[in-house]
Design a protein around this ligand. Structure first.
Ligand SMILES: [Zn+2]
Length: 270
């Protein structure tokens, strides 16, 4: 079933659960994640877009993810990740996405507020919830290796102002986390994270990779950082179906340089 609304996100924040969100690029990755969610009977988000559209094509990936969500008994949200284009966001909302992330982290604070507020109005009008980013999480989920922690961390007081002025439902934070893969564990600034959580009235989101050892999930979850986004190599570690077979399968299927079997399609295939 398609997971709609923010209830699961808030429940996860209150109880210290993780709501995992995994990037998908093709049918097989969608199937693997949905099968794992069914087996565990746990909610999960499929990240279908914006950079993921380059591989299977926008219409194809949107339809795969939404059809899979509607066809299973497991609660599956379909989420537009890192969108910087409002018309693209509107197309996904019109198709039936349950949530979106608008990324104005490249803008000045005031421009980010204006951009995000406009996006939040569109998302809520369509019945979807919306996440936005303040500060900047370095790197790119699809291609980054060994990105350095951000020089633009999320400021706790600015975060509260940002949430109140934009009306977003979840906030992605930069607290030492980086996108992509790193040779060594990346450590979160938990003091900053706690300060943000104390100020913010909405659940927080961690993007990319930090220290992936199990203890690293406990403290973030305890301070209301329930949604965690990542690529499938990471999913292989954290999924309820984290068998060797599953990991091998995912690594073969991912079109990212880490698994590297499928070549990206050109933009003309979108
Ligand atoms: Zn991200």
């Amino acid at each position: 079933m398609l997971l709609t609304g923010t209830e699961t996100l808030h429940l996860a924040a209150q109880h210290g659960w993780a709501l995992p969100a995994f990037a998908v690029y093709n049918l097989e990755m969608v199937q693997a994640i949905v099968a794992a969610a069914e087996e565990a009977d746990r909610p999960v988000l499929l990240l279908a877009g914006s950079s993921h559209f380059h591989h299977a094509g926008q219409t194809a990936l949107m339809n795969m993810a939404l059809t899979a969500a509607h066809s299973t008994s497991a609660p599956i949200g379909v989420h537009l990740d890192h969108c910087r284009d409002l018309p693209e966001m509107q197309r996904c909302l019109d198709a039936g996405y349950s949530s979106v992330m608008i990324d104005g982290s490249h803008l000045s604070f005031e421009d980010n507020v204006r951009f995000t507020h406009e996006a939040a109005t569109l998302a809520h009008r369509a019945g979807a919830w919306i996440e936005a980013e303040l500060g900047a999480v370095p790197g790119d989920e699809d291609v980054s290796t060994n990105a350095l922690p951000s020089q633009t961390m999320t400021d706790p007081l600015q975060a509260r102002d940002f949430v109140e002025r934009t009306g977003i439902d979840a906030l992605a934070v930069a607290v030492g986390n980086v996108h992509g893969f790193t040779a060594n564990p990346v450590t979160l600034d938990l003091e900053r994270l706690n300060a943000i959580a104390a100020q913010c009235p909405v659940p927080l989101v961690r993007h990319g990779r930090a220290d992936c050892r199990p203890h690293s999930f406990e403290a973030p979850s305890a301070v209301g950082l329930p949604k965690s986004t990542s690529t499938l190599n990471y999913a292989g570690r954290t999924s309820p179906r984290s068998s060797v077979r599953y990991r091998r399968r995912c690594q073969m299927l991912t079109p990212s340089p880490y698994g590297g079997r499928a070549a990206p399609l050109s933009r003309s295939r979108r």
